[in-house]
Design a protein around this ligand. Sequence first.
Ligand SMILES: C[S@@+](CC[C@H](N)C(=O)[O-])C[C@H]1O[C@@H](n2cnc3c(N)ncnc32)[C@H](O)[C@@H]1O
Ligand code: SF4
Ligand code: SF4
Length: 335
Amino acid sequence: MVHSRLCRIKNVIINWCGGPIRSWGTKGKSPLNIQMLNPTSWHIEPTSRCTLECPGCDRTWYRNTFSKQIIQDIDVTALTNFFSVNNFLGSQIRLCGNNGDPIYHPKFISLLESLKSQNHSVRIHTNASAKTEKFWQQVCDCLDHKDQIVFAIDGLKDTNHLYRKNSNWQQIMMAVNTVVGCGINTEWQFIVFKQNQHQIQQAQTLSKQLGIKNFRVHKSHRWIDDSLDQYMPDKEYVEEMYFDHQEIVDGVEAKGTMEPMCGMNRETFIDSNGNIFPCCWTATYRFQYKHAFGKQPINIAMGKYQLPQPHSDYIKSTQEWQTAPLVCRLHCAKY
Ligand SMILES: C[S@@+](CC[C@H](N)C(=O)[O-])C[C@H]1O[C@@H](n2cnc3c(N)ncnc32)[C@H](O)[C@@H]1O
Ligand code: SF4
Ligand code: SF4
C-alpha cells in the first residue's frame, strides 16, 4: 500500500456497511423523478450493539476515535407503525446496518414477528456469535421461504477471529447448524483478508458440508485506514472501487456518470435511531452530519413519510457528477 498517497485521504471515506444491494429490488431503472419517495426495499439497522470489534467497522472506528460508544435500538412499534401508515407492506428488508449486529437488538424476536406480520421478506446479516440455540430456534420460527440469513464468517476456525474479534467459532457453528436444520435459506459471506485468502476453497467446501445454500466471496474496498494494512489481501482480492476512491479523493481528473441508487428507490436506510437516509453510505458517522438527512433528520416516529425541500434537493444533486456530494461520487458513479 502506498502510504504517502493514502495519508491525504484518510478520515474521509467511506462505506462501512456492504452498501445497497443492486440486484435485490426492482429490476432495471425506475425514473429518477420518483426520487426516494416510493421505496421498493429497505435497509434497516436494528441496533448499534455488537459483541465483536471488527477493526474496519464504523462502530469500532467511532469508539477508537471518540472513546465512547453510541448505543441505540430501533423502536419496534414506531417502525411497524411507520410501514403501516405509509402502506409500505410486503417490502424487501435487509436487516444489517453500519454500526451493529441485528441479533443483539434486545427485542429482536419481536422485531422479526412484527416485520413478518406485515408480509415483508427479511435478509439478516450477522456474525452469529454469543447467542443460544434457543434464540436461533426462535429466529427460525419467525422466518419463511422468502427470508435469508447471511452469516459473516471471514475464514475458518483458526482465522475468523483475527478480523472478527471476539467471535466464537463454536457458537457460530451451532447457529449455522440450527438455522440450516430449520430449512432456512442461508449464505456464507466470506470477506477476503490476508489471513484467510488461502482458505477460500476450504471454506467453500465446509459451507457445502454444513448445508449452507450459497457461498459468497466478498472483496472489500475498505483499505483507506492505515490500521487495516495488516489485513489487506493480494490485489486480486481487493474490490476495484477502492482504486477509484483513491483517485477521486486524490483529486485526479476523474469523471463519472451518476447512477444514484436513491433515485431508483432502493434500499432506503433507517438507522437504529429511526432516522431515514437515502442509503447506508450517507448515514455513516463520518458523513451523516454533512447533509440535510443528518442535520434535520426525518424519523420513523413522524409516521407519514415525506421529503422536505432540503432533502429532495439533496437527492436531486446526486444526479449529476458536477453537483453530487463526495459520498455519492464515491458510491454511485460509473467510470
Ligand atoms: C456493520 S456490519 C452489520 C452486519 C453484521 N454485524 C455483520 O458484520 O455482518 C455491515 C456490513 O459490513 C460488512 N463488513 C464488515 N467489515 C468489512 C470490511 N472490512 N470490508 C467490507 N465489508 C465489511 C459486514 O459483513 C456487513 O455485511
Ligand atoms: S460484527 Fe458487524 S457490527 Fe459487529 S463489529 Fe463486526 S462489522 Fe461491526
Ligand atoms: S447517490 Fe448518494 S445518496 Fe443516493 S444512494 Fe448513492 S450515495 Fe446514497
